[in-house]
Design a protein around this ligand. Sequence first.
Ligand SMILES: O=C(CO)COP(=O)(O)O
Length: 127
Amino acid sequence: MTCRIALIAHDKKKDDMIALAREYAEFLRNCKLYATGTTGGRLVKEVGLEVERKHSGPLGGDLQIGSMLVEGHIDAIIFLRDPMTPQPHEPDINALVRSCDVHNVACATNLATAHLVLSQLQAGAAK
Ligand SMILES: O=C(CO)COP(=O)(O)O
């Protein structure tokens, strides 16, 4: 089954997200990808991935992805959060991460975990 993954990164983590996506590009090309607006735009432009883009995070993009997750349409989230910068939409960010816990969906919020999740999903897809 095609893996459905949401990719989200705060501004200071976007370069990390691009590097991560490049590393797993071959696998990610075979997934159904969703992203918040700005993250998605960069993934399309700089990595050449096909991504369904939602609104930018501060405009409700995290909530849109959270809603999809609650409906059972997302298998994993890579959410590279910036723990050092206050975000205007902090409640939305918390709601998305909480939804992952409520619905038992894998949620990687830092690079180390993102590598573990993506390498595991990639290995599963190769079986
Ligand atoms: O703010 C975000 C996640 O909380 C990310 O939104 P953008 O991808 O639009 O920058």
